[in-house]
Design a protein around this ligand. Structure first.
Ligand code: GLP
Length: 253
């Protein structure tokens, strides 16, 4: 476990983008696990800038996204499929056929989850997984519950998540109540994981994930057991761990 703390979200994003580009440069056929939400937006912008300078080539990369809202497709502005196109895919040279996101419009969500599980296996698993964290400690849409889901599944979003994500929709009522998400187990199998968190609103979740018990009530806490995970935090998101005894972190300037 490595913890890096940055003085600003901008510096965090620049560093995260360099790590992603380095992964692709080392392994041109890398499988990237990608996340949505407001946190990775600046990282994707920094990655686009690196790409435009010709310092990374995505032509052979495969991407596998974490999750999608049930009922939304790429035509819907709030879908994660659309988010990825607008915030990354349309601005880099990744082949659209190599980008994968659960189909939120699938008639049979269970079959779609099986398809997604098989896809992850077929691609050889995830080399580098990018994660955000929900204010309730969720990763992807693995909500706090009494077990760690191993595989892709249909999930009922918690009230807290619906509230937190309402800012992306016209009103709270428009937030889908369900999603398809990769399981915690699949995320855990990624060879390397970068968890990005910025802003004070994430401080409690980050503190629980890093210092609390490993429990599915805080899904991100499972990362304490992963052998190659880096938390990239801005100083606000890190505020709950700075004084904690026995926590080793590096401040990056
Ligand atoms: C969503 C996504 C997560 C993301 C989280 C935090 O619910 N499913 O993958 O990490 O929200 O998002 P944000 O970065 O907008 O706070």
């Amino acid at each position: 476990m490595e913890i890096l703390i940055f003085e600003s979200a901008e510096k965090l994003a620049a560093h995260a983008a360099l790590l992603i580009a380095a992964c692709v440069n080392e392994k041109p056929y890398a499988v990237l696990g990608l996340a949505t939400g407001s946190t990775p937006v600046e990282t994707y912008q920094a990655l686009i800038a690196i790409s435009k300078m010709g310092q990374v080539d995505f032509s052979k990369v495969t991407s596998i996204n974490l999750d999608e809202y049930v009922g939304l497709s790429v035509e819907d502005e709030q879908s994660y499929a659309r988010f990825m196109k607008d915030n990354l895919f349309d601005s880099i040279n990744i082949s659209p056929t190599n980008t994968h996101i659960p189909n939120g419009k699938a008639k049979n969500p269970l079959l779609e989850c099986h398809r997604y599980d098989a896809l992850i296996v077929e691609k050889g698993g995830i080399d580098l997984q990018i994660l955000g964290i929900g204010p309730n400690g969720h990763i992807a849409f693995n909500e706090p519950c009494d077990y760690f889901p191993m595989t892709s599944h249909l999930v009922d979003l918690s009230e807290e998540t619906i509230q937190a994500n309402a800012r992306f929709f016209e009103s709270r009522d428009e937030v889908p109540r369900q999603a398809l998400t990769m399981g915690t187990g699949q995320i855990f199998k990624a060879k390397k994981i970068l968890l990005l968190a910025s802003d004070e609103s994430k401080a409690e979740a980050v503190t629980s994930a890093l210092l609390g018990p490993v429990t599915p009530m805080c899904p991100a806490s499972i990362l304490q057991l992963h052998s190659n995970v880096t938390f990239l935090l801005d100083s606000s998101a890190a505020s709950g761990i700075l004084e904690a005894p026995g926590v080793y972190y590096k401040e990056v300037h």
